[in-house]
Design a protein around this ligand. Structure first.
Ligand code: PMP
Length: 410
């Protein structure tokens, strides 16, 4: 099994010069990385479906940089498009016209999009969406579904989190996903006050089995938003382009007013996009919203190559098939050793949980045994499939998982 002396040495250095050493999901203080000593902390290179840590250990990677790795690390087509653009220009005083090419491609690809506005991170575009909804309606309140994640800006955080003010979250309203009567009641209790509803296309949060909208749910929500003139925002930052290249709203048979993309947009190059309906174009035009790097040309070139390649591969179908094969193999490996492994959510973004393990410790130990043997999974977060994953990778992953279950049983 793997050991991580170089990772731990680098982490000691990191703690001296970087707050918490590694921040965000990837930090060892976060709940996804338990037990902490089972995980590598720094990578050294990545190619296709694999990455290697600082100690040279090789992983088949099912986290995909938490989503951006959609075609495979260092995809040759995306990297050569980016490199060609880099030779010409990148971050310049006025934008490159490749920005227009990318916006045209998104408007052609995404069913609900009449325009595209680019930024860098998912949080940039979820925030832009909320500001747009408020500017369009001149109302304050935003509806969230419990179990949501829409980034890290203050409006998305909880009142008991350090540094968050009551004022930051006092206009947030919360309701359970799939409970349509509760949503109807919330809308009528706050008639004329709700600017927007922001939601992931299905529930893919941490620490619960991921689940889908009930039949007809989104269609009813769409109509309710229309009736109350509430802006319907879909946060497709995580699921976007893995379920449906036309958008996850299209996948579930409705149209959002605004849809947020980021992770799978450019295979790891830094760009996000808010796409939206014609009716909101002038509102977005009126906002004060931009950033130093938001019009950099290299990520636009990468994004064009990425979306075109996803189309030519029929990537959502591929992800579904690979994810199904993998999760069937993992659940069978569990059953062979007397465990019940539950895979939830779509196979392309599968979420894993060991049943009969309320303390979560067994699950965390199994994940740790897998990581130490070369498949990179995390506890309590969905995983991601990428297009470079091979049948051989899946076969090896199932063997490692089986070995890890065997160790767990002992
Ligand atoms: N929304 C969702 C659904 C996400 O998964 C994420 C990122 N995990 C975000 C928003 C925020 O994106 P970013 O981290 O790029 O700001």
């Amino acid at each position: 099994v793997y050991e991580y002396p170089k990772s731990h040495e680098a982490f000691k250095r990191a703690l001296k010069v970087i707050p918490s050493g590694i921040y965000g999901h990837q930090g060892p203080s976060e709940g996804c990385y338990i037990p902490h000593d089972a995980f590598p902390l720094f990578s050294s290179r990545a190619k296709g479906s694999h990455f290697w840590d600082l100690d040279g250990n090789d992983y088949i990677d099912y986290m995909c940089g938490y989503g951006p790795n959609v075609l495979g690390y260092s995809d040759p087509d995306v990297d050569s498009a980016a490199l060609e653009q880099l030779k010409k220009e990148n971050c310049v005083t006025i934008p490159s016209s490749i920005m227009v090419d990318f916006a045209e491609l998104l408007v052609d690809t995404v069913a609900s999009a009449d325009w595209a506005f680019f930024a860098k991170n998912g949080s940039d575009v979820t925030s832009l969406a909320v500001i747009t909804a408020r500017a369009a309606t001149r109302r304050k309140k935003i509806v969230f579904f419990y179990g949501y994640y829409h980034g890290v800006y203050p409006w998305t955080q909880k009142l008991d989190y350090p540094g968050i003010l009551e004022e930051d979250v006092m206009n947030n309203l919360y309701v359970n996903f799939n409970d349509f009567p509760a949503l109807e009641k919330l809308f009528s209790d706050h008639k004329g006050e709700i600017a927007g509803l922001i939601a992931q296309p299905y529930m893919h949060g941490n620490f619960y089995d991921n689940y889908f909208p009930d039949d007809g749910y989104w269609q009813k929500v769409r109509k309710l938003c229309d009736d109350h003139q509430v802006v319907l925002i879909i946060d497709d930052v995580r699921a976007g382009f893995r379920l449906d290249l036309a958008g996850s709203d299209h996948y579930f048979g409705f149209q959002a007013d605004l849809i947020c993309f980021c992770k799978a947009l450019a295979n790891g190059y830094n760009v996000s996009a808010l796409c939206g309906k014609e009716s909101l174009r002038d509102v977005v035009s009126s906002l004060t919203f931009t950033g130093s790097y938001w019009m950099s040309a290299v990520p636009f070139a990468a994004g064009i190559a990425c979306i075109n390649k996803l189309k030519s591969l029929d990537a959502p179908r591929l992800f579904h098939d690979l994810g199904t094969k993998l999760t069937e193999g993992l659940t069978a490996a569990a059953a062979n050793n007397g465990f019940h492994l539950i895979a939830s959510g779509p196979p392309s973004l599968f979420y894993l949980r060991l049943a009969d393990d309320d303390s979560l410790i067994l699950h965390q130990q199994w994940i740790a045994e897998c990581v130490k043997r070369g498949i990179f999974l995390t506890s309590h977060h969905n995983h991601f499939i990428n297009a470079a994953l091979t049948e051989e990778d899946i076969k090896k992953s199932v063997e490692i998982a089986e070995d890890a279950f065997h160790t767990l049983r002992k």
